[in-house]
Design a binder for this molecule. Sequence first.
Ligand code: C2E
Ligand code: CA
Ligand code: CA
Ligand code: CA
Length: 278
Amino acid sequence: AKAKGRNTFHFYSQELDAAANERLYIENELRQAIKEGQFSLRYQPQIDSTTEQVVGYEALVRWYHPEKGFIAPTKFIPIAEATGMIVELGAWVLREACQFSARLRRSGRAADISVNLSARQFKDVELIEHIATTLKETGLSPQMLHLELTESMLMGDVEAAIEQLLEMKKLGVSLSIDDFGTGYSSLSYLKRFPVDVLKVDRSFVKDIPEDSNDMEITAAIIAMAQKLSMKVIAEGVETEEQVAFLQRNNCFIVQGYYYSAPLTEHEILLQSQHPDIG
Ligand code: C2E
Ligand code: CA
Ligand code: CA
Ligand code: CA
């Protein structure tokens, strides 16, 4: 039993080493990547399912490492967050996304742009000034910019969070709660947050119509958002049945592979020259 115990320990510690090494590796490479600009953005269309028109795009960051290739944001964003590098990376993402939307606008295709904010950025004292400067320098109208926050970012110091949200609203931007339903926000706080949009997390959508609990929860979230005068966007919509279910429950704006994966700007420009495609 002793020997077995030792082996088990050995096994876990090797696994931990591998995880720690990977973390360290990504951390070092991230520094380099930010300096060298190894990042790009993809834009996932948000569709009005009743007209099939694009109403906006969500900007999603991509990292192509010169040797390792694609590294998923779920791998490197938490590390960028923990090390503080997310502030610089996030500033780049915001500028790039605003420029994209301003370019679309100038070519006659208006489309709102959603940008993910991390907890570290949200707490940054320079955030408000930074957003204001970026809007001014890119010429994007504030009402076209949507900033996505998660419930957990708002739940620590609720009063401070509300203050910060109100400052953001003063800039004229729109605010969304991302991954809604996965955090610990309480309903009594929700109505105090000056947010415009709830994004129903993919985890509730993905098993519709097989999972009746998920259907109930999704319908309840939509109904609640409407009571609070918030718009709803469903994330991770992959099937026609899911679109139909959401429509029956009064959610018309959807994002997901059913309509489109995240695209490059080039792909979007090609598409809108041929509006019948996609
Ligand atoms: P998120 O904000 O919830 O973004 C949605 C994720 O779901 C994206 O993954 C998107 O590609 C994926 N997705 C969209 N439609 C579908 C679908 O129909 N099925 C499935 N299975 N997936 C779908 P991605 O791009 O890998 O990003 C993962 C997460 O990384 C994001 O989740 C967000 O939390 C974070 N992230 C991405 N870009 C940024 C960024 O620029 N800044 C920050 N702070 N976080 C970012
Ligand atoms: Ca998001
Ligand atoms: Ca989300
Ligand atoms: Ca998510």
